[in-house]
Write a protein that binds this ligand. Structure first.
Ligand code: 6SG
Length: 211
């Protein structure tokens, strides 16, 4: 039986690799509905999207937009939203922090790569420090970003750390807890298999070829 999930998105990691990491690690199958620039330029699909943007996500006949809402939906489906209401709220807080960080990255990539890269990398420790501190306060940094179980935020943060390790390969050198966190999550068998798959390796990070 094919999986009930379908991701419609451009042929990039972009705003979908976190949900793909989540699905892979949860042993889920999903269908990739690849939307090329050519299809998108026709405009019909854009008109049908609630906010005129991708990703579009289908869970059976339930159609969703907004990448963070999709992550949260999958978190509710697969028990990745904390163990109680307080933990869920903390996860929301940290995911908003991940989103703020992702928006800065996206602006660099799409609006200011050539002129802004050096200053961005210089400011990067200031962004990463917050997550190093969060890890330090949770089980001495040996586990997850919030609570004792993996959550949707771990997949979102892991993806954002992966793309920063491409942008600035040494960026975690002075953040031992974050470096260990990435290694630990990357070693989870289903994440390891996903990261080694051609589907992941051959997918460009961003839509304009910059990384
Ligand atoms: C772009 O921004 O890939 N969606 C993007 N762009 C097309 O017409 N808040 C929501 C969310 O979290 C943000 C959605 C996001 O879900 S993602 C979108 O729909 C539009 O607005 C980044 C990405 N960009 C690649 C891209 C799309 C259009 C130009 C560059 C595909 C590649 C080249 C042409 C089409 Fe291309």
């Amino acid at each position: 039986m094919p999986g009930k999930y379908t991701i419609s998105y451009f042929p990039v990691r972009g705003r979908c690799e976190a949900m793909r990491l989540l699905l892979a690690d949860q042993g889920q199958e999903w269908t990739e509905d690849v939307v090329t620039g050519e299809i998108w330029q026709k405009g019909d699909l854009k008109k049908s999207c609630v906010f005129g943007q991708l990703p579009r996500f289908q869970d059976g006949d339930f159609i969703l937009f907004q990448s963070n809402a999709i992550l949260r939906h999958l978190a509710r489906n697969h028990g990745l939203y904390g163990q109680d209401a307080k933990e869920a709220t903390l996860l929301d807080m940290v995911n908003d922090g991940v989103e703020d960080f992702r928006l800065k990255y996206v602006r660099l990539i799409y609006q200011n790569y050539e002129n802004g890269k050096a200053a961005y990398i210089e400011a990067l420790p200031g962004e990463l420090r917050a997550f190093e501190n969060l890890l330090a306060k949770n089980d001495g940094g040996k586990g997850f970003i919030v609570g004792k179980k993996i959550s949707f935020v771990d997949y979102n943060l892991l993806d954002l750390l992966h793309v920063h390790l491409v942008l600035a390969p040494d960026c975690l050198a002075s953040f031992p807890l974050l470096a260990g966190y990435v290694q630990r999550l990357n070693a989870r068998p289903l994440i390891k298999a996903f990261l080694e798959s051609d589907a992941h390796k051959q997918r460009p990070i961003n839509g304009n070829g910059k990384q």
